[in-house]
Design a binder for this molecule. Structure first.
Ligand code: ZN
Length: 298
């Protein structure tokens, strides 16, 4: 099976509404990595995932970059994984980058799902969490399901007051998205309520609960993030890398990594149980029905 080349990240000058899945630019020691499928609310297909990875590699390799900002073009940060746009590309082979595992495209059933999700979901998210430079999530609008995964792998989140969050995949019979950090970033009881109901929560609530660091008016979002990034950029690069590693080690000592490994097994049991029951690993839900069940509007 042939491999599909990954489009390179764009420069700021190239950025138009639908030009490529990720845009990349550097200013004042800050790399801005911008999700760029606004017509699909930045739903993450594989080419977006690999473009994101290419952008992060470029930012890590550029010694002049001290801080990375992950943000989004369009009305929303991300509606989650692509489960229904015309450019959904789960069947396309990309060279595995995050995992040493076989490619999923010539496998079937649970073997295929596991191979793909080890690479593009859990593998990529863990790889990005370990980026040795501070990564700030700049979130506005919807940040749903797989969108949470992108925000959570960042070191902290700055959100506009119109941002909202949810993980509604219990509707698919699935215990949360693949990168299962819920109990750690929300606290166990709020995580349960939010998983049980699938309800949206606001940026203000997320800040109250410690998931989001700052909530600001939408018009102030970029300048707030720029200001924080500029302060961080004054610090020595190695110091930043080691501080990040220190806190990540603590989270792992608190059980994040082991919990995620274990829950990932239940996640795949859910996909397989769905597939066994009705032939659809997503429990008969698609992007439209998920949106409708969440109350629409996103
Ligand atoms: Zn999954």
């Amino acid at each position: 099976m042939s491999e599909t080349p990954i489009p390179p990240p764009l420069t700021g000058d190239d950025l138009t509404a639908d030009s490529a899945p990720v845009a990349y630019e550097v200013a004042n020691g800050v790399a801005y990595v911008t999700l760029n499928r606004p017509e699909y609310r930045n739903a993450q297909n594989s080419v977006m995932t690999y473009s994101l990875d290419a952008a992060f590699v470029r930012a890590v390799d550029d010694a002049a970059v001290k801080v990375i900002v992950l943000r989004a073009n369009g009305k929303h940060f991300s509606a989650g994984h692509d489960i229904g746009t015309p450019e959904r590309d789960f069947h396309v082979r990309y060279p595995n980058t995050a995992s040493l595992y076989w490619d999923h495209t010539d496998r079937s059933g649970g073997d295929q799902r596991l191979a793909r999700e080890i690479e593009v979901y859990v593998g990529m998210c863990r790889r990005w969490r370990e980026i040795p430079k501070p990564v700030i999530a700049q979130v506005h609008g919807a940040c749903i399901a797989g969108g949470l995964m992108l925000a959570w792998i960042c070191d902290f989140i700055v959100a506009s007051d119109d941002a909202f969050f949810s993980d509604p995949v219990a509707r698919m019979g699935i215990p949360g998205v693949e990168y299962f950090a819920h109990a750690f970033v929300l606290g166990p009881r709020r995580a349960k309520e939010l998983l049980f109901t699938g309800k949206r929560f606001t940026a203000a609530q997320a800040a109250d609960w410690g998931m989001v660091n700052h909530v600001v008016p939408r018009d102030d979002l970029q300048s707030t993030v720029d200001g924080i990034a500029a302060e961080i950029a004054e610090m020595p690069q190695l110091g930043l890398a080691l501080c990040k590693k220190a806190v990540n080690i603590c989270e792992d000592q608190m059980g994040l990594r082991n919990a995620m490994n274990s829950v990932f097994g239940w996640h795949h049991f859910a996909h397989s149980a769905n597939a066994e029951a009705d032939g659809d690993s997503l429990g008969g839900m698609d992007a439209r029905s998920m949106k409708a069940s969440a109350g629409g509007g996103a």
